[in-house]
Design a binder for this molecule. Sequence first.
Ligand SMILES: Nc1ncnc2c1ncn2[C@@H]1O[C@H](COP(=O)(O)OP(=O)(O)O)[C@@H](O)[C@H]1O
Ligand SMILES: [Mg+2]
Length: 287
Amino acid sequence: MIAQSYSAMGYSAMATRHSESNILRVRQRLGKYRIERRIAQGGFANVYQALDTIEGVRVALKMPHHFNVTANMLDTFQREARLVAKLDHPNILPLKDASFIDGRFVITSRLGEKTLADRLRKRVSFKTALDLIEQMIAAVAYAHQNRIIHCDIKPENMILLPDGRLQLTDFGIAKVAQRTIVKTIIASGSGTVGYMAPEQAMGRPSARSDVFAMGLLSYRILAGTLPEWPYQWPPRGYATLKRKAHPDLIAMLRKALEMQPNRRYRDAGDMLAAFKRAKRRCLRATR
Ligand SMILES: Nc1ncnc2c1ncn2[C@@H]1O[C@H](COP(=O)(O)OP(=O)(O)O)[C@@H](O)[C@H]1O
Ligand SMILES: [Mg+2]
């Protein structure tokens, strides 16, 4: 259960006291952190690269925009921190810290090299594609096992480390499923249209909608093009894909991309099992 009781009276008072500017300057200090540059500006938050001057490591520092800091907003951020703090998996970006510093709510994590979106601007070999896809599905399978639906699977939310490891991040709009019922904890907020399953766009997210988003992203990584509405099979780029991929891998993608949720994999765990089988066949065929 996510405690909503922490809602925020005290917190929002603390936060608004310093709310004049939540835009940080380069070289500005925030507790033990020294700001180096802004990495991203999202709808809800700014993300900065900063140096942890005590530990001597670089971090990503995520901070809500000040004008958005309402009790509701803080609940959302705190929820994200609590969700991620419970997860422990090599392919999920761990939280380093979540706290109030000088009245600002900040979530910090170890700095990644780039996002999968950055990586996809360059050519991806077939073998690297398989490796990235496996890491992504493994992360989501672990989240599903813990009854968490990510709801915002896209390349911008996957961080790559220098050693090639992929880590899933941004559980900002994730949902907690109770048995088969999806309990919507926050009413607003939505996944990104480009990777969103049709039924999620209608307000019905589930583990199966995460499967669809992973199907889209896997297809994009392998074929270089993102399938588009109305998601008729075969999508653009199919001829290229067919030359490289074993039929089992193509069948796996097709099943993940079924329009009807109940014809897809039940969750990422099932998708991962199918993917691993298909991957073995792909590698055997290219040897
Ligand atoms: N640990 C990190 N290392 C490098 N870049 C990061 C890290 N965390 C976030 N980012 C960058 O900041 C962006 C926004 O962060 P995210 O957690 O997805 O917040 P939002 O809810 O605003 O999308 C990411 O797409 C990525 O470019
Ligand atoms: Mg994001």
